[in-house]
Design a protein around this ligand. Structure first.
Ligand code: SF4
Length: 213
């Protein structure tokens, strides 16, 4: 008959003289008392981590920058290894990429698509045209600064940015999401009146439905 308790794999022996943590009573002996972390904060961090690694991009191109998006789906750049995939409809996507210049006619469709996407959701502005109008800065038919109309979480500059720059941009967006700093969708809800005012300034035939938030 054995007079010793069996050693469970992976469970370290309890050091002599250890006291159980007050919080978990006699269930754990970790040696050092961990920093107290609020339950909600811990859950939020876990959620953010999962969200950052599961980006579903609406497969939609507005300008010439969308040409550089295509190689990301090929074997060479393989964006799926980072947890990034494309979706055919806004209701299945959580990332909207504005891939370059955006005509006012298209802006209307883009706003509608954005509002149909489930939250949390993020907007990426691709190329100089989304930042300051780029080479279309004096065109009568395009918008000049995307963040006046939609909440942009990440800009990727260039004309046009190469696939490597896109991957770096996505990595920066993932970092922001993990830190809980990519909250453009909340800003859109809080300042909806301000966004609406800007949108209606350049879209004159406004006939979009008012979604109930
Ligand atoms: S930034 Fe350059 S590549 Fe991108 S849409 Fe504008 S003109 Fe085209």
């Amino acid at each position: 008959m054995r007079d010793e308790l069996p050693v469970l794999h992976g469970v370290p022996p309890i050091p002599e003289g250890s006291q159980p943590h007050a919080r978990c009573q006699d269930e754990c002996f970790l040696g050092e008392k961990p920093e107290p972390l609020k339950y909600r904060e811990a859950i939020q961090r876990i959620k953010n981590w999962f969200r950052a690694n599961s980006l579903h991009v609406l497969a939609y191109g507005t300008g010439c920058g969308s040409i550089e998006l295509r190689p990301l789906g090929t074997a060479r750049f393989d964006m799926e290894r980072f947890g990034i995939s494309t979706r055919p409809t806004p209701r299945h996507a959580n990332v909207l990429i504005i891939s370059g210049y955006l005509s006012i006619k298209t802006l209307k469709r883009v706003i509608r698509s954005y509002e149909q996407m489930p939250s949390p959701k993020w907007v990426v502005g691709l190329g100089s045209c989304t930042i300051n109008g780029g080479m279309y800065w004096d065109s009568y038919a395009t918008m000049k600064q995307l963040d006046l109309y939609l909440p942009v979480d990440m800009y990727i500059s260039g004309c046009m940015p190469r696939p490597e720059a896109l991957i770096e941009g996505f990595a920066a967006l993932m970092d922001k999401i993990k830190k809980g700093e990519a909250n453009g969708y909340l800003d859109y809800l809080e300042r909806l009146d301000w966004y609406r005012e800007n949108q209606k300034k350049i879209i004159h035939d406004w006939d979009l439905p008012d979604y109930s938030w």
